[in-house]
Write a protein that binds this ligand. Structure first.
Ligand SMILES: Cc1cc2nc3c(=O)[nH]c(=O)nc-3n(C[C@H](O)[C@H](O)[C@H](O)COP(=O)(O)O)c2cc1C
Length: 174
């Protein structure tokens, strides 16, 4: 019998589709991390999201998947403009802070607000501002489609990479 060139070198973990397995499975897919933020009054609110994905060029659109259990999203959803900051390498600790369940998420975090109230993280790799265009059912998450208003790219700033529950950095290949 012919053997496949793609025979995995390690035994695969059986795909029981329970939450623990799915967390590990989804974690095998490397992503960046985006900080989503806006002002509530004078205070910044926000959270870290690795589910950010680019969607459309015309019109310019991105999406983020938000847990239905999120206490922060309903507060953000009321903002007219949201800031999305693609976190840069070295911002792993800051990312954990922006995902923390207790304490002030923005303590020790350098941020700025646009005149429209979008909150952006200093030293990020990319800044976007956007408004919510539509919200779709995504099971225990909501898929939030966002129409982009502005983009500011800091070329040469390396992104933070999230993979298997760890923050990593890109290394050149080849
Ligand atoms: C690296 C990382 C990525 C995350 N990505 C998402 C995400 O895509 N969607 C989401 O709803 N929560 C995500 N979270 C969790 C949120 O940042 C936050 O902890 C969660 O929403 C609970 O806080 P809240 O109830 O204030 O929203 C992520 C957390 C981390 C550390």
């Amino acid at each position: 019998m012919a053997t496949s060139a793609h025979t995995p070198p390690v035994a695969p973990v059986p795909a029981e589709l329970d939450a623990a397995m799915l967390r590990r499975a989804f974690g095998a897919y490397p992503t960046g991390v985006v900080a989503v933020g806006a002002l509530r009054g004078t205070e910044p609110v926000g959270f870290a999201a690795s589910s950010f994905v680019s969607i459309s060029l015309e019109p310019p659109m991105v999406a983020v998947s938000v847990a239905r259990t999120s206490a922060t999203w309903p507060r953000l959803a009321e903002a007219s403009v949201l800031g999305l900051s693609v976190l840069s390498h070295g911002q792993g600790t800051l990312c954990r802070r922006l995902a923390s369940r207790d304490g002030d998420r923005f303590e020790g975090v350098a941020w700025r607000a646009t005149p429209e109230g979008a909150v952006l993280i200093e030293d990020a790799a990319l800044w976007l501002t956007a408004r919510v265009s539509a919200v779709y059912d995504g099971g225990d998450h909501e898929i939030v489609l966002l129409e982009l208003l502005t983009a500011e790219l800091f070329s040469g700033v390396e992104p933070l990479v999230f993979h298997t529950s760890q923050f990593r950095e890109l290394i050149p290949h080849g």
